[in-house]
Design a protein around this ligand. Sequence first.
Ligand code: FES
Length: 113
Amino acid sequence: MNDASPKEVGLCDASSVLEGAPQRHECRGTSVIVLRAEGALHVYANRCPHRGTELDWLPGRFLDPAGKHLQCATHGALFRPDTGECIAGPCRGQALAAAPFAVRDGRVVLEAG
Ligand code: FES
Protein backbone atom coordinates (compact mmCIF):
# COMPACT_ATOMS: atom_id res chain seq x y z
CA MET A 1 0.00 0.00 0.00
CA ASN A 2 1.44 3.35 -1.00
CA ASP A 3 -0.16 6.42 0.53
CA ALA A 4 2.45 8.85 -0.79
CA SER A 5 1.38 11.70 -3.06
CA PRO A 6 1.90 11.26 -6.83
CA LYS A 7 5.17 13.21 -6.59
CA GLU A 8 6.49 10.82 -3.99
CA VAL A 9 7.40 7.17 -4.22
CA GLY A 10 7.17 4.94 -1.18
CA LEU A 11 10.31 2.88 -0.65
CA CYS A 12 9.99 0.92 2.58
CA ASP A 13 9.03 1.05 6.24
CA ALA A 14 11.49 3.24 8.13
CA SER A 15 11.58 0.68 10.93
CA SER A 16 12.86 -1.97 8.52
CA VAL A 17 16.05 0.02 7.87
CA LEU A 18 18.58 -1.19 10.41
CA GLU A 19 22.09 -0.04 11.26
CA GLY A 20 24.67 -1.92 9.22
CA ALA A 21 22.11 -3.26 6.74
CA PRO A 22 21.72 -0.92 3.77
CA GLN A 23 18.83 -1.73 1.44
CA ARG A 24 18.51 -1.49 -2.31
CA HIS A 25 15.25 -0.17 -3.76
CA GLU A 26 14.19 0.53 -7.29
CA CYS A 27 12.55 3.83 -8.02
CA ARG A 28 11.61 5.53 -11.28
CA GLY A 29 13.81 3.20 -13.27
CA THR A 30 16.84 3.70 -11.10
CA SER A 31 18.27 2.21 -7.95
CA VAL A 32 18.71 3.86 -4.56
CA ILE A 33 20.39 2.87 -1.31
CA VAL A 34 18.45 3.36 1.93
CA LEU A 35 20.45 3.07 5.12
CA ARG A 36 20.58 4.05 8.76
CA ALA A 37 23.77 5.50 10.25
CA GLU A 38 23.97 6.49 13.91
CA GLY A 39 20.19 6.50 14.01
CA ALA A 40 19.62 8.76 11.02
CA LEU A 41 18.15 7.63 7.72
CA HIS A 42 19.91 8.41 4.45
CA VAL A 43 18.99 7.75 0.84
CA TYR A 44 21.62 7.84 -1.89
CA ALA A 45 21.58 7.18 -5.60
CA ASN A 46 23.12 3.76 -6.20
CA ARG A 47 25.67 5.25 -8.55
CA CYS A 48 29.39 5.51 -8.01
CA PRO A 49 30.71 9.02 -8.74
CA HIS A 50 33.76 7.43 -10.40
CA ARG A 51 32.21 5.65 -13.38
CA GLY A 52 28.50 5.77 -12.62
CA THR A 53 28.14 2.05 -11.99
CA GLU A 54 25.93 0.62 -9.25
CA LEU A 55 27.80 -0.09 -6.04
CA ASP A 56 26.41 -3.51 -5.04
CA TRP A 57 28.65 -6.55 -4.88
CA LEU A 58 25.54 -8.64 -5.19
CA PRO A 59 22.06 -7.12 -5.32
CA GLY A 60 21.65 -5.28 -2.01
CA ARG A 61 25.19 -6.04 -0.76
CA PHE A 62 26.98 -2.73 -0.23
CA LEU A 63 29.28 -2.92 2.75
CA ASP A 64 33.02 -3.48 2.89
CA PRO A 65 34.29 -6.57 4.74
CA ALA A 66 34.50 -4.58 7.99
CA GLY A 67 30.85 -3.60 7.63
CA LYS A 68 31.64 0.10 8.20
CA HIS A 69 31.61 1.69 4.77
CA LEU A 70 29.78 1.34 1.50
CA GLN A 71 32.15 -0.08 -1.07
CA CYS A 72 31.90 0.13 -4.82
CA ALA A 73 32.16 -3.33 -6.36
CA THR A 74 33.84 -2.01 -9.51
CA HIS A 75 37.08 -0.46 -8.21
CA GLY A 76 36.61 -0.59 -4.44
CA ALA A 77 35.96 3.06 -3.52
CA LEU A 78 34.84 3.45 0.10
CA PHE A 79 32.03 5.79 1.14
CA ARG A 80 30.93 7.06 4.55
CA PRO A 81 27.38 5.90 5.22
CA ASP A 82 26.48 9.09 7.09
CA THR A 83 27.55 11.57 4.41
CA GLY A 84 28.13 9.55 1.24
CA GLU A 85 31.63 11.02 1.01
CA CYS A 86 34.24 8.90 -0.74
CA ILE A 87 37.17 8.48 1.65
CA ALA A 88 39.31 6.10 -0.41
CA GLY A 89 39.55 5.08 -4.02
CA PRO A 90 39.57 6.76 -7.40
CA CYS A 91 36.75 9.21 -6.57
CA ARG A 92 38.13 10.29 -3.16
CA GLY A 93 36.62 13.61 -2.13
CA GLN A 94 33.50 13.15 -4.25
CA ALA A 95 30.26 11.81 -2.79
CA LEU A 96 27.25 9.69 -3.50
CA ALA A 97 24.28 11.81 -4.57
CA ALA A 98 21.84 12.22 -1.71
CA ALA A 99 18.25 11.69 -2.76
CA PRO A 100 15.51 13.90 -1.26
CA PHE A 101 13.26 11.86 0.99
CA ALA A 102 10.87 12.12 3.92
CA VAL A 103 9.32 9.77 6.43
CA ARG A 104 5.52 9.83 6.27
CA ASP A 105 3.44 7.65 8.54
CA GLY A 106 6.48 5.49 9.15
CA ARG A 107 7.27 5.05 5.45
CA VAL A 108 10.40 6.27 3.72
CA VAL A 109 9.21 8.16 0.63
CA LEU A 110 11.35 9.56 -2.12
CA GLU A 111 10.37 13.10 -3.03
CA ALA A 112 10.35 14.49 -6.54
CA GLY A 113 13.74 15.93 -7.23
S1 FES B 1 33.21 2.77 -10.55
FE1 FES B 1 33.22 2.84 -8.36
S2 FES B 1 35.28 2.96 -7.82
FE2 FES B 1 35.30 2.92 -10.01
